[in-house]
Design a protein around this ligand. Structure first.
Ligand code: NAD
Ligand code: UDP
Ligand code: UDP
Length: 347
């Protein structure tokens, strides 16, 4: 803020990351709902650097202006504070629909709102896409497979979801989102793309979103006990955010219209994962088991043959490299919040 104020006072133009020049034929107006969130803000960076015009629509439930602050004021960038549960009338060429809380504590906080966002919000996005004839990519999730009975999960698997459990607002919400997408595709000829995203991590993850990556890294950095829910034998497969963003853009550009899994197939038990993080961070945290989460999926690993075949995509960033970058981010965030707390005490 101080830098911005100084720049304003001295009339010095703000410095932005250098964006590519695209002529009007190749340049698109791209809407990203949820673009101030973790994944959305990385997608913003990628599309802005490529020279497109990017419009972010976000209600800042879990997203932050800080995630896109480096683009504020840029002539190709626009940030709109809007809740996608309400209709939205703008003119765009492409839409990435990412607006939805994503971590279990966030989506369980207000299950009704989570369902509204993934049903009414998706209807508004599809209605907008229909009116302006924009291609739309829906951010779906591996949670559509629920607690899977097939391993690893191919897109042809229909899933195993408890429709009235604590995760249902999100899982069923995303399943309806997918159903809506194909109904609009069939009935209204809207061009839809559906990405089933598996666990993703990286810088700009919300520090307190309660997901396993942020929890374990923060606990390790603070030398607190690392909390493994249940027996720790449940598995997840973690992909770095840059890989996901490449996959989302490849899917949007492709002619493939069926759902596509985007995830890293390297699978770890949560207990192993706790020790990997403890080793990378250092420090002297203990790893302890606590109560299990209700309806916690026991195994999760994407079958990514479809993405390989139709998008020529597969993840590139190894787990340890991605985690080191994420740990670095969290370390700086902690220093920042400590500085903030110290400054607040002065006044
Ligand atoms: P995030 O919480 O960081 O981002 C979601 C963004 O959507 C936030 O900026 C939030 O403020 C915004 N939002 C929520 N409700 C809204 C509403 N009603 N109107 C407007 N904006 C709203 O989460 P993320 O990890 O970046 O997830 C992005 C998308 O990817 C979500 O749709 C999520 O379901 C999906 N996804 C993420 C993961 C993952 O591991 N990160 C896995 C599977 C699917
Ligand atoms: N909608 C929107 N922006 C648009 C066009 C439509 O938000 O540019 C909303 C509209 O308010 C409606 C929803 O999208 O609630 C679905 O639109 P559709 O055209 O499918 O339905 P209808 O308007 O016929 O009910
Ligand atoms: N988990 C854990 N400790 C934590 C947070 C999560 O053991 O502090 C476990 C959780 O029970 C689940 C896995 O880690 O088995 C992944 O949880 P997360 O909330 O990150 O995402 P999910 O894949 O369940 O949506």
């Amino acid at each position: 803020l101080q830098d911005d104020l100084r720049a304003l006072q001295s009339n010095t133009p703000r410095k932005y990351p250098k964006v590519k020049y695209l002529n009007y034929k190749n340049r698109k107006r791209i809407l990203i709902t949820g673009g101030a969130g973790f994944v959305g803000s990385h997608l913003v960076d990628n599309l802005m650097l490529a020279g497109h015009e990017v419009i972010v629509v976000d209600n800042f439930f879990t997203g932050r202006k800080r995630n896109v602050a480096h683009w504020l004021g840029h002539e190709n960038f626009e940030l709109i504070h809007h809740d996608i549960v309400n209709p939205l009338f703008i003119e765009v060429d492409e839409i990435y629909h990412l607006a939805s809380p994503a971590s279990p504590p966030h989506y369980m906080l207000n299950p009704v709102k989570t369902i509204k966002t993934n049903t009414m919000g998706t209807i508004n996005v599809l209605g907008l896409a229909k009116r302006v004839m924009a291609r739309v990519l829906i951010a779906s999730t591996s949670e559509v497979y629920g607690d899977p009975t097939v391993h690893p999960q191919p897109e042809s698997y229909w899933g195993h979801v408890n429709p009235i459990g604590p995760r249902a607002c999100y899982d069923e919400g995303k399943r309806v989102s997918e159903t809506l997408s194909y109904a609009y595709a069939k009935q209204e000829k809207v061009q839809v793309r559906v990405a089933r995203i598996f666990n993703t991590y990286g810088p700009r993850m919300h520090m307190n979103d309660g997901r396993v990556v942020s929890n374990f890294i923060l606990q390790a950095l603070r030398n607190e006990t690392i909390t493994v829910y249940g027996n720790g034998k449940q598995t997840r497969s973690f992909q770095y955010v840059d890989d996901l963003v490449d996959g989302l853009i490849s899917l949007m550009m492709s002619n493939y219209t069926q759902p596509v899994n985007l995830g890293n197939p390297v699978e770890h038990t949560i207990e192993e994962f706790a020790f990997i993080i403890k080793e990378l961070v250092g420090g002297h945290s203990k790893v302890e088991r606590t109560d299990a989460m209700e309806d916690d999926p026991q195994r999760r690993k994407p079958d990514i043959n479809r993405a390989k075949k139709y998008l020529n995509w597969e993840p590139k960033v190894p787990l340890k490299m991605g985690l080191l970058r994420t740990i670095d981010y969290f370390r700086k965030e902690l220093e920042r919040s400590d500085r903030y707390a110290a400054n607040s005490k002065k006044y």
